[in-house]
Design a protein around this ligand. Sequence first.
Ligand SMILES: Cc1cc2nc3c(=O)[nH]c(=O)nc-3n(C[C@H](O)[C@H](O)[C@H](O)COP(=O)(O)O)c2cc1C
Length: 200
Amino acid sequence: MIKVGIIVGSTRPGRHSEAVARWVYEIATKRADAEYEIVDIKDFNLPLLDEPVPPSMGQYSQSHTKAWAAKIAEFDAYVFVTAEYNHSTTGALKNAIDFIYQEWNNKAAGFVGYGSAGGTRAVEHLRLIMAELQVADVRAQVALSLFTDFENFTVFKPAALHEKAVNAMLDQVLAWGGALKTLRQSIADPIHSAPRPFRR
Ligand SMILES: Cc1cc2nc3c(=O)[nH]c(=O)nc-3n(C[C@H](O)[C@H](O)[C@H](O)COP(=O)(O)O)c2cc1C
């Protein structure tokens, strides 16, 4: 079975990301086709990026970076739960993503967005970021509305139809996550996996 990390993408007091991630986790664990775990970026207390060497070189110096890298390395695929902040993802999630590099490579990802327009602009930005991280992002995504899936914009009460969307997204994440696990094993040689600071 592959391992999927469900990443809680915001850190502010009163955030909705925890409730959304828990809902995704509950749907996912009913499937019994992968190991699922909630990964809360808040638990890692990451400051603004404080690594002197670009993360793509893999020379992490800080204990918080090493702890975050070790956790992310455990997974074959991810589900990013993201709010939309100013038409993008949250600063906290972007910072957490930027902290490390090779731990993301050749893995799969799906997205659960929320906001006034379903968090779709946040997810579109994440898709651009995934390309640079060599993460295969699946087409199916979950778009939750602050107007119809949160009572009074606060209490998370997702419409029933979204459960189907979560499962469709997970189907694709598991298919690509499994395929890329095989790929990672086949390219684990020193020439192809040599760290480089930037893409040429
Ligand atoms: C800094 C900030 C910027 C926001 N910008 C947008 C936005 O551009 N589009 C949108 O749909 N919602 C926006 N919102 C509303 C959030 O999507 C909504 O409050 C959401 O619940 C925040 O996620 P969180 O509770 O996990 O922090 C913004 C909220 C914050 C705090």
